[in-house]
Design a protein around this ligand. Structure first.
Ligand code: NAP
Length: 240
């Protein structure tokens, strides 16, 4: 089918995306930062269960030199999923310089570095698909998550501008904008908070990592061949 790199594949959504692409027969590179064991276990599972070529690769995507090296070592990719991300809840006036820099460097700089490297091969081949994982808070803003919302809003702007720039090379760039998805990123929320979020969601449940993975498979496939520069909300109707 092709080669795919998924950043943050040691996390909840990234792992589900990896499994969905393994089912489609892709060769997969699972990028991780700290959680080597989890990425290695997933690679093993996908190799065994789906017979695909799957390897894990540790790289901090905030380090542009390390990202360059990663792409030199893994070679060209047909699909890049910029999924790695961090979140934090703080009052705006409590956000430190360091908090702000860290948020922007993982959620925005990382997307820039990885996309720039992936595009070298895609432009040469005149084909490719980049899928960014944004957030509905990048569309409408979240109280006490201003730096997170700003970092994801930047990803939306990047998606739209880059889609225009690389479309003549037959490369598509889209963004999935998840609502509330039940992963470890939600661990700081209490049971009551989660119940409240379910209440606020018209489809009356939290999203699953598989909901996001299904959208990613669609955006990488020929079925979405005429779709680029779009922000696809996968949020159960939380924001419309
Ligand atoms: P998660 O389970 O916390 O996973 C985050 C992933 O990002 C991990 O694999 C982590 O790697 C990786 N990562 C963090 N910093 C990194 C760095 N510097 N370099 C490389 N990788 C790094 O989170 P998730 O819920 O799956 O979130 C995935 C994406 O969906 C994020 O972009 C998030 O903003 C977005 N999203 C999530 C939700 C939600 O409700 N869960 C909603 C909207 C959007 P290690 O663990 O190996 O360090």
């Amino acid at each position: 089918m092709g080669n795919i790199l998924i950043t943050g594949a040691s996390g909840g959504i990234g792992a589900a995306i990896a499994e969905a692409f393994a089912k489609k027969g892709y060769n997969i590179v699972l990028n991780y930062n700290k959680n080597e064991q989890r990425a290695q276990n997933l690679a093993k599972k996908l190799n065994q269960n789906y017979g695909v070529n799957c390897l894990s690769y540790g790289c901090d995507i905030t380090d542009s030199e390390a990202v360059k090296k990663m792409f030199e070592e893994i070679g060209d990719v047909d699909v890049l999923v910029n999924n790695a991300g961090i979140s934090q809840q703080k009052l705006f006036t409590d956000i430190s310089d360091e908090d702000w820099r860290k948020m922007i460097s993982v959620n925005t700089d990382g997307v820039f570095y990885c996309s720039r490297e992936a595009l070298k091969g895609m432009i040469r081949k005149k084909s490719g698909s980049i899928i960014n994982i944004g957030s509905m808070w990048g569309e409408v803003g979240a109280s006490c998550e201003v730096h997170y919302s700003a970092s994801k809003a930047a990803v939306i702007g990047l998606t739209k501008a880059l889609a225009k720039e690389v479309a003549p090379s037959n490369i598509r760039v889209n963004c999935i904008s998840p609502g509330v998805i039940d992963t470890e990123m939600m661990n700081s929320f209490s049971k009551e908070d989660k119940a409240q979020l379910v209440e606020e969601t018209p489809l009356m449940r939290l999203g699953t990592p598989e909901d996001i993975a299904n959208a990613a498979v669609f955006l990488a496939s020929e079925k979405s061949a005429f779709i680029t520069g779009q922000i696809l909300g996968v949020n159960g109707g939380f924001i419309i």
